[in-house]
Write a protein that binds this ligand. Structure first.
Ligand code: NAI
Ligand code: PYR
Ligand code: MG
Length: 540
């Protein structure tokens, strides 16, 4: 607790979510803080508080209702909220994160109740420093910022996209122990091109079409500079920006400040882990794998580039490595004959026949794995899955688009259409599948397995910036946490119940990378693991 917080007393404590422990305050704390009489007389144990909260949440049958209960708990007592999230990660992650967070964003203006984070509107250009100064946080370790243009696979949600930085930062704390008082969700509101919001009287964002070009980049830069002036060591995570801006912002800031793009780089690391797990099962090395991506945007080319980096790291020539990844976008298979290709797709434009359907492309490329990152629901249909099963003994099937409504296929379909041979992962969670007397436990190929640990390590070592090597290190560290028992159940990732330990290990690997490569701004502690563990916030 900071000195400033130690001065807070009486009712002010009870309306401060960082400090409030509600009916959990002991008799001694109630006297010390001037709370006697302001709370019901009985003191609740931690177990009691959790039980009361769980009953309240369970009284809401629908996921959005559960989200609203959790959100209200958070607004009143952050300690209790994170206790719930940490003790019941499996149960509440689908509520505070995908898929429910998608619905939360779509309805954000209708369910808005509690102030949180920073809204930087285009109307505030020229005075963003003042907005940043208004933030109550004395210190900020991690900012997650969006402009709401590509929220999951749901499209342009404008200011409503704020649910995503809020959700991601909840995971930073729950999964990697970043102090919640030192996190800041940010939305840069430059308008929206979604007509329904512009016509919705309850919409809380700027009512205008999106600002683009120089004015757009000037506003984002004004925010970044203001944030870094106030918090010079802050990590900035770019999240769910529209494709062109996402690549351009990464190009501008990647090697200059402590930042990364989660959709491009975090996703790449988690997908590569899934690939490493899959090749342990197929016993065919990475060098013998070929991937066909449905989609050719941030996630697709982020993943493809990291696979190429991993192959080059194993000794393969880069030109050869590029041939191991092929892209299929809204116009069909990306080939050398295509003109006007975006820069990120060009390295993957190979000499291949023209294919208009994904099934044709599967037949032409004969991939060992397909990766769905185009938000095209059910695109991995029975014909595609059967073709993959005909080409491969153990086909790799990653349906990574979010939320569940945008998944390329569900787990049951993936296993059923491949006679249980698919090595499957999905962006949003699916329940275990029973097939032919076996139980498959699919897990999430979601960047949530890596961004919390990446951020933890970068913040711990106060890294200057985050090179590609860090994302490779994160993928390899995560892969080491996948056990033989996991693989036997069809799980390419560890259980969510282990996620804090997993994030800690990734954090240590990233911090170590920063120390070894001269990127850290502090001294390496003698016992790095112990120091990282001690750094991690844990609710009381
Ligand atoms: N599991 C995870 O951790 C992550 C999942 N994603 C998901 O991936 C999806 C895409 O995200 P981004 O790559 O950032 O978006 P993006 O907008 O950068 O890329 C989308 C791509 O899909 C292609 N596309 C659109 N319609 C298509 C069609 N009918 N057939 C083939 N391709 C088509 C577009 O040409 C574009 O290349 C979203 O649903 C998002 O939720 C994104 C990041 C992380
Ligand atoms: C998981 C994530 O970052 C996305 O779907 O955009
Ligand atoms: Mg994202």
């Amino acid at each position: 607790m900071s000195n400033q917080n130690q001065c807070v007393r009486g009712a002010d404590v009870l309306v401060n979510a960082h400090l409030n422990r509600g009916v959990g305050f002991s008799a001694e704390a109630r006297d010390r803080l001037g709370l006697r009489g302001l709370l019901p007389p009985a003191v609740s144990s931690a177990e009691n508080q959790v039980a009361r909260a769980l009953a309240l949440i369970d009284s809401r049958p629908d996921p959005l209702g559960k989200y609203l209960e959790l959100d209200a708990i958070r607004a009143a007592d952050e300690n209790l909220f994170f206790k719930l999230l940490i003790e019941h990660t499996d149960r509440f992650m689908p509520i505070v994160y995908t898929p429910t967070v998608g619905e939360v964003c779509q309805k954000f203006s209708h369910i808005y109740r509690f102030p949180r984070g920073l809204f930087v509107s285009y109307e505030d250009r020229g005075r963003v420093e003042e907005l940043v100064a208004n933030c109550p946080q004395e210190e900020v370790d991690v900012i997650v910022v969006t402009d709401g243009q590509r929220i999951l696979g749901l499209g342009d949600l404008g200011m409503n996209g704020m649910g995503i930085p809020m959700g991601k930062l909840s995971l930073y704390t729950a999964c990697a122990g970043i102090d919640p008082a030192r996190t800041l969700p940010v939305t840069i509101d430059v308008g929206t091109n979604t007509e329904a919001y512009l016509n919705d009287p309850l919409y809380l964002g700027l009512r205008r079409e999106r600002v683009t070009g120089d004015e757009y980049f000037a506003l984002v830069d004004e925010f970044i500079q203001a944030a870094r002036r106030r918090w010079p060591k802050v990590l900035i995570q770019f999240e769910d920006f529209g494709n062109h801006n996402a690549f351009e912002l990464l190009r501008r800031y990647q090697d200059k400040i402590l930042c990364f793009n989660d959709d491009i780089q975090g996703t790449a690391a988690v997908a590569l882990t899934g690939v490493y797990s899959a090749v342990r099962v197929t016993k065919k090395p990475l060098a013998e794998q070929t991937f066909l991506f449905l989609g050719a945007g941030e996630a697709a080319t982020g993943i493809a580039n990291l696979i190429v980096d991993a192959l080059v790291d194993e000794g393969m020539d880069r030109a050869e490595a590029l041939k191991h990844c092929c892209l299929f976008d809204s116009k069909g298979l990306v080939t050398a004959a295509r003109t006007g290709l975006a820069e990120n797709k060009q390295p993957f434009a190979h000499e291949l026949p023209e294919c208009r359907t994904f099934l044709e492309a599967v037949r032409a490329v004969r991939p060992t794995g397909i990766v769905g990152v185009a938000a095209q629901p059910k695109a991995f249909d029975a014909a595609v899955l059967r073709e993959m099963a005909a080409i491969n003994e153990r086909p790799i099937i990653f349906a990574l688009s979010n939320p569940t409504s945008r998944a390329e296929c569900d787990a049951e379909t993936a296993y059923r259409e491949t006679d249980g041979r698919a090595l499957f992962a999905s962006g949003s969670p699916f329940a275990p599948v029973e097939l032919n007397g076996r139980t498959f436990v699919p897990r999430q190929g979601n960047n949530s397995y890596v961004f919390p640990g990446l951020g933890l390590g970068a913040v711990f070592a106060q890294a200057e910036w985050m090179p590609t090597g860090m994302f490779l290190a994160a993928a390899r560290t995560l892969a080491e946490t996948v056990s033989e028992e996991d693989l036997e159940r069809g799980s390419l990732y560890p259980s969510l119940s282990e996620v804090r330990d997993v994030s800690m290990k990734i954090g240590v690997a990233i911090a170590e990378y920063a120390y070894e490569h001269g990127l850290a701004r502090n001294e390496r502690p003698a016992d790095l693991e112990a120091a990282v563990k001690a750094f991690m916030y844990m609710p009381e």
